[in-house]
Design a protein around this ligand. Structure first.
Ligand code: HAM
Length: 419
């Protein structure tokens, strides 16, 4: 779990603001949710026999003895909230949320125990059109962020029926090769064989490559759904590859699944994953409601921005007001308040604490400010204010109170509220 220091927060704001503006432009509305839910919710939605539920959840008993869990993902919580508030009942809803998620995984670059997702879900639309819309939202967001070289992988997991028929074929194949399976996979052979396909054990790679593929056992309506998705993506100019090995690590998916991946981040290359989950709302107590969504891993997006040299502008002070001496230090705050009123958008730091003028100039320089305002004994006596451009070789000016807002507005290119 990491702190996010001030030098990093401009990246977070950039990603959050970009996501908010793109999502709003497509009609998605923000929802905010608790970070703790009943453990049962995640067991039933993500699936008992998954890495997340078996190994990764932060689960504890509260003072009443209820079992609670720090959310490992947001979809289950949005579905729970949608059912409780009637939001998803017989209505189309486009929702998004953003915040920390918790998984007790082995930490490594790009994999954390507290990480952050932007999670987007659409309810009430059964067609491939909305799956395509989600992907188009993402393609636009990547353009907005200036991120390049992400590739889109898609697959279809078919209906529950198709999955059941395929499961028999898979079990037959794996039983014949059980000597090649690890302990987890042997156990899952009898409980949830599909999860063997997203095993994190690289030794199973060749076996998984050889196994029968779900996409070869799709039902006809799922094949049509998948074909429509591909057609919309092609006609919208979004490149993709079909990855028959893409099964995702959560049990709720049916039909479309997708991931955006990069090879610029080492082992943790998935920056976004999602898909359709048409049975989940019903399974956790709502009316049958088709649904589809995705989540972006924010830390991985930050890493990618840096790897691709995309740096957001950092907001530093425009002006550093330094005051020295009893009379001047009392004048500093009232003056600063007037400047804040007169120059909208002004970033102004006041330094009216103890300290020498030399030290204060050093601080002014470090703050990144373009202009220093100087209130010393001399200025206190003359009633004027010293104005020094910190990034230009210009002599210090002495400006009257009345002219100060106008002169600063000029120097900084900011409009003066008065004129
Ligand atoms: P997920 O694939 O488990 O899907 O997570 C989505 C993204 O979160 C991943 O692609 C990755 O970028 C990021 N992520 C996951 N675990 C970590 C971690 N330990 N550290 C850093 N980043 C991580 C879901 O969570 C689904 N709820 C997505 C979804 C929404 N499906 C439908 N609707």
């Amino acid at each position: 779990m990491s702190d996010i220091p001030p030098a990093e927060t401009p990246y977070w704001r950039f990603v959050e603001d970009s996501a908010r503006s793109v999502l709003t432009s497509y009609g998605y509305r923000e929802i905010r949710l608790p970070v703790i839910e009943k453990t049962e919710l995640f067991r039933r939605s993500i699936g008992e026999v998954t890495d997340i539920v078996e190994k990764e959840m932060y689960t504890f008993a509260d003072r009443n003895g209820d079992s609670l869990t720090l959310r490992p993902e947001a979809t289950a919580g949005i579905v729970r909230a949608g059912i409780q508030s009637g939001l998803t009942h017989n209505q189309v809803q486009r929702l998004w949320c953003c915040g920390p998620m918790f998984r007790h995984e082995r930490p490594q670059k790009g994999r954390y125990r507290q990480f952050h997702q932007i999670d987007v879900e659409a309810f009430g639309l059964p067609g491939a059109q909305i799956d395509a819309e989600l992907i188009l939202v993402l393609a636009r967001l990547w353009r907005h962020l200036g991120i390049q070289n992400l590739s889109l992988q898609i697959n279809s997991l078919g209906t529950r029926n198709a999955q059941a028929l395929y499961r028999e074929k898979l079990v037959e194949f794996l039983r014949a090769r059980r000597h090649l399976l690890d302990d987890d996979s042997l156990r899952r052979l009898g409980t949830n064989p599909l999860r063997i396909l997203d095993s994190k054990n690289p030794a199973l790679g060749p076996l998984i490559d050889e196994a029968p593929k779900l996409i070869d056992h799709l039902d006809a309506p799922s094949m049509a759904h998948f074909a429509t998705l591909q057609r919309i993506l092609e006609e919208s100019g979004v490149a993709f590859t079909i990855n028959p090995r893409l099964v995702r690590g959560l049990d709720y998916y049916t039909r479309t699944v997708f991931e955006w991946v990069t090879d610029e981040l080492g082992a943790q290359g998935a920056v976004c994953g999602g898909g359709r989950y048409d049975h989940l709302v019903e399974e956790i107590g709502g009316q049958p409601t088709p649904a589809t969504g995705f989540a972006i891993g924010m830390e991985r997006i930050m890493d990618l921005l840096k790897a691709q040299d995309r740096h957001p502008s950092t907001q530093t002070a425009h002006v550093y007001l330094l005051a020295v001496g009893a009379a001047a230090t009392c004048r500093a705050h009232p003056l600063a308040e007037r400047l804040r009123d007169d120059i909208p958008g002004l970033n102004l730091v006041v330094d009216a604490d103890e300290g020498s003028i030399k030290r204060k100039f050093r601080q002014a320089d470090r703050s990144g400010a373009r202009v220093a305002l100087i209130l010393g004994e001399e200025e206190a006596a003359s009633g004027r204010i010293g104005v020094k451009q910190l990034r230009e070789a210009q002599p210090q000016e002495a400006v009257s109170d009345a002219e100060l807002a106008g002169r600063l507005g000029e120097l900084l290119g900011l409009a003066n509220a008065g004129g």
